[in-house]
Design a protein around this ligand. Structure first.
Ligand code: HQG
Length: 183
């Protein structure tokens, strides 16, 4: 299976598990998990994959991806972050590293300075554990992204909760601008 095919499947998986499970006739539990066999059947029904998508292919998508987007637990699968469906998917609250980063577009900064970091189309603000990852995230929006450094200690003292996405991605609710600075 080629990298191009893996990327195509991964994008459809993200779409189904983050944004539009309804289109696939699947439902997510409160933690974002759905039955893996139902998910595979739905993916094949909607996209007519040939050869048919299998559990082995999904394992390969996950193993060969540069980002840890999905998790399989027993016979269930979920997207680990990125959700936009209405209602909030529960993620495990935890104490993050003292500093996290957010890469974004220069053109968004006037609004970000004024309103803080907002989840926008997604359920949570997404933060990165290292500058390189934040830069890559920001490059999706701007070839010369701005890197913001977030003081999570101060934010937590003010009552803002942080949640685990994966090893490199943390989530939080909206973050006022006094908790971050441009680096
Ligand atoms: C910006 C990808 C104006 C925010 C990545 C961001 C990540 C504001 C954009 C994950 C704002 C939303 C998420 C405000 C925030 N005014 N703009 N007040 N507050 N923004 O794509 O963080 O490859 O929804 O800075 O790697 O870029 O899909 O969020 O630029 O982990 O697996 O609004 O998605 O992962 O953009 O990316 P996004 P994001 P995948």
């Amino acid at each position: 299976i080629t990298n191009r095919e893996l990327k195509f499947i991964s994008k459809k998986m993200s779409y189904a598990l983050r944004h539009n499970p309804k289109k696939y006739g699947i439902s997510l539990n409160e933690y974002g998990y759905t039955d893996l066999d139902d998910f595979i059947a739905a993916m094949n029904r909607v996209h007519h994959f040939s050869p048919a998508l299998t559990k082995e292919t999904i394992d390969e998508v996950i193993a060969r991806s540069n980002k840890k987007r999905f998790a399989i637990r027993g016979n269930k699968i979920c997207a680990l972050y990125g959700h936009s469906i209405p209602g909030i998917i529960k993620h495990q609250a935890a104490v993050p590293p003292a500093i996290l980063f957010h890469g974004t577009a220069r053109r968004f900064m006037p609004s970000i300075d004024k309103l803080g970091l907002l989840p926008m189309q997604r359920q949570f603000v997404h933060l990165s554990t290292d500058v390189a990852t934040a830069r890559a995230v920001g490059m999706r929006h701007d070839s010369h992204p701005v890197i913001l450094q977030v003081d999570t200690v101060a934010a937590r003292k003010a009552g803002i909760e942080f949640y685990i996405g994966n090893d490199q991605v943390w989530l939080c609710d909206e973050l006022p601008s006094r908790f971050f600075k441009e680096i």
